[in-house]
Design a protein around this ligand. Sequence first.
Ligand code: NAD
Length: 283
Amino acid sequence: STIPTITLNNGVAIPQLGFGVWQVPEDEAATAVRTAIETGYRSIDTAAIYENETGTGLGIRQAGVPRDELFITTKLWNSGTRDWSGQAGRDAVLSDFDASLAKLGLEYIDLYLIHWPRPMHGSYANVWQGLEELLASGRTKAIGVSNFGQAELTRLFETTSVVPALNQVELHPHFPQRELRAFHAEHGIATEAWSPLGQGKGLLSDPTLAKIAAKHGRTSAQVVLRWHLQSGVIAIPKSVTPSRIKENLAVTGFELDAEDLAAIAGIETGQRLGPDPTTFDWN
Ligand code: NAD
């Protein structure tokens, strides 16, 4: 495919468009992931909490694409008992990572993320130490975070030396995260959008997007994904429908112009779909 890549701060390249598998049941994940890879996706985003790492790994193997052409992301889940600030934090990272790698059936992953910041649990020092050890061992090619805000990133910088390669956050035209993106740019952190299509709910029926889509002979989903690419953001749309899996990858070969981009900026609502990461603490 002609999907562009973004070079992370440690030199590793990530495709700007990937395939997300949240809410894909374990027994459907292999088919979805295999379909996505056969369609041309080279980046897959899963997480321990999605409980589909086994199916995801199976789909990866079934697709038969060489491992070094793929970019696989998984995430460290919140633990009920984990003490972020203690040695237990570091140890839990290593054992949770081992469990994810075993389920995926892989020898390494490309990106390992802390799934939620849980700032009420104190310092990130020991947890990040665990991720740095995984990075040094080569079992993950890059380390990063998810759902961190400026305050949590700043706290991470205070106690650690490896700057996260990437922060995966909720981001779509209704919630474009302008300030956080600027902060990332200052610090060499790539921005990855979760729910890039606004979960397919209200966003995709916005008449402004429909108008832009008609102008380019594309769909609203394609316009939104094109907006992510032109914004320098990495997007990981999810679908289990083969026609949509294909549609969501077909976002090259057209360009949104200044007028389109201004109109999309105008539909910002500032409303999140997901929880507030500063208080979210499920486990
Ligand atoms: P999304 O924005 O990718 O929307 C997916 C939904 O949109 C689909 O279920 C479908 O209903 C609809 N859809 C998809 N393609 C469409 C198309 N072409 N036309 C019309 N409707 C379409 O939402 P998501 O799944 O929440 O986010 C994508 C991925 O981001 C997840 O699968 C997961 O990998 C990741 N994610 C991460 C976090 C996190 O905390 N780090 C949280 C949520 C999601």
